[in-house]
Design a protein around this ligand. Structure first.
Ligand code: SF4
Length: 480
């Protein structure tokens, strides 16, 4: 018997692939299995009562395997499929009873043309100027945004890179975001700056060097934290920092400890006493400056203001990784000497107070578009319900931060989602799981698709729009 080799069309996204038997479509998420479009990954379900292991359970099984699902099984959007173009109900609308209350969870895999990735890189090193273009594979995929306390921030993706540039730019932006969201390492280069390997939950690698620690604070904060521990052990302390270099004898912390003037002169822009901006250019050296020799930031010492031969000085970076001990000679020139044992503990304490350097990747998407029609016949009511906190939005079970203001603009820490939760379609756009959970009464009032509500048992017995299996695993630690 010859099997008809007939391609069939997948209509789960605007690409509308024609898929040959046994093949998958362009996104690998759908396949032609025996003349039917199937979702290739199982639907992921999470259970708190399932504490170890995982098992595959049949959906739409003709034969019951006798193994009931735990009653607390939560159907996630991962593997659930998409209901493009969204006029039909979401793939799974599941009723449940939580603490005696009737609840409904609407589950879908949403396609995001409007989405981006915010990356926080814990490092003092200067990676590139604010606004500099960030590239992956040579294509512009984002830019450097405002530095935060101890971290450099990148803003990647977004609709302009996905759809507003060349095809290659859109394709590479999409694949870089997908890899980052799925916890893979991505090498990024910054125009006029560094190359950095970013991986969610892992230390960054800056220009080939693994970053170990983020700084304890800015130079001024470091003075504030440790001034009392230096008192009596050294005459001057300078904490070198690209943003705010601190000088203990002039700093308010030194003043309250009755620290004596030393006649030190810092080449930089004085902000307030003992706090200096722009002592150097940003770079990969001491405290995020380009300095390899911190003495470059010192001017002549002033004997009239307290400088004297034998005066001692500790210079240290904001991570404690770089430090030097100096004594003024007869010409009031600092000469480096070994760090005295008595000061070692204070330098170690800076080091100890630095937290491990990590990369954080937040997926940010706008869920305010047509996918809302898969939840309710009156989409704006869903937006309002989420804004008011009545409907809880999760992504692959992970809690989301919802931006105030219009739309459903949310952010989620990608390390909180199960592995491989994100997908893509070549429009190009990212695919991310979403679950909307709310009391059943509120769902009715919202104009929800009541006829599509099914119990967990019914969901398992009937499956989704596309044949698939389900995988049930313990709920990952959500840190809650
Ligand atoms: S890209 Fe994927 S979802 Fe879109 S039509 Fe092709 S197989 Fe279906």
């Amino acid at each position: 018997m010859t099997q008809t080799v007939e391609k069939i069309r997948c209509d789960a996204c605007p690409v509308m692939c024609f898929i040959a038997p046994g093949q998958t479509g362009a996104c690998d998420r759908y396949a032609n299995a025996d003349g039917r479009i199937v979702r290739t990954d199982p639907v992921l379900m999470l259970s708190r009562s399932l504490t170890t292991g995982q098992r595959i359970v049949p959906f739409a099984a003709r034969e019951w395997d006798g193994n009931p699902l735990p009653a607390d099984s939560f159907v996630t959007g991962i593997g659930s499929g998409t209901t493009y173009p969204d006029y039909k109900p979401a793939p799974f609308i599941v009723s449940s009873v939580v603490d005696g209350a009737d609840m409904v969870t609407v589950v879908t895999e949403a396609i995001f043309s409007y989405c981006g990735v915010k990356v926080k890189i814990d490092t003092d090193r200067h990676l590139g100027a604010e606004g500099a273009v960030v590239r992956a594979g040579g294509e512009a995929v984002g830019h450097v945004t405002t530095a935060e306390y101890g971290s450099q921030m990148l803003s990647l993706g977004g609709v302009h890179h996905l759809t507003g540039g060349s095809k290659a730019e859109g394709r590479i932006t999409c694949s870089a975001m997908l890899a980052l969201c799925n916890g893979e390492a991505v090498e990024l280069t910054i125009d006029g700056g560094s190359s950095v390997v970013v991986q969610a939950g892992k230390p960054p690698i800056v220009d080939g060097q693994l970053e170990r620690r983020m700084r304890v604070g800015c130079g001024s904060a470091t003075i504030g934290m440790f001034a009392s521990q230096w008192r009596g052990l050294v005459d001057e302390v300078v904490v070198v920092d690209d943003h705010i270099t601190g000088v203990v004898s002039e700093h308010q912390a030194g003043k309250v400890l009755d620290w004596q003037p030393t006649g030190i002169k810092i080449k930089g822009s004085r902000s307030t006493p003992g706090r200096y901006f722009k002592v150097s250019d940003p770079g990969l050296g001491w405290g995020g400056t380009r300095l390899t020799d911190p003495l470059e930031i010192l001017g002549d010492w002033n004997a009239k203001k307290g400088a004297r031969p034998g005066l001692t000085m500790l210079m240290v970076s904001t991570t404690g990784e770089e430090f030097g001990y100096y004594v003024l000679d007869d010409d009031l020139v600092p000469q480096q000497q070994p760090l005295p044992e008595a000061l070692r503990d204070s330098v170690r304490l800076i080091d100890e107070n630095c937290e491990p350097s990590l990369c954080t990747v937040l997926f940010m998407g706008g869920a305010g578009g047509s996918l809302r029609a898969g939840v309710t016949t009156n989409p704006v009511r869903l937006t309002r319900s989420i804004q008011s906190g009545e409907t809880r939005l999760t992504s692959g079970g992970a809690a989301c931060y919802i931006w105030p203001g219009g739309g459903i603009t949310f952010m989620v820490d990608v390390t909180r989602l199960p592995k491989g939760a994100f997908g893509y379609v070549p429009t190009p756009a990212l695919v991310a799981p979403l679950e909307f959970t709310l009391p059943r009464g509120d769902y009715e009032a919202l104009g929800g698709h009541l006829a599509a509500i099914r119990t967990l048992d019914e969901t398992q017995a009937e499956g989704g729009e596309y044949p698939t299996a389900a995988r049930i695993t313990p709920w990952p630690d959500q840190g809650e």
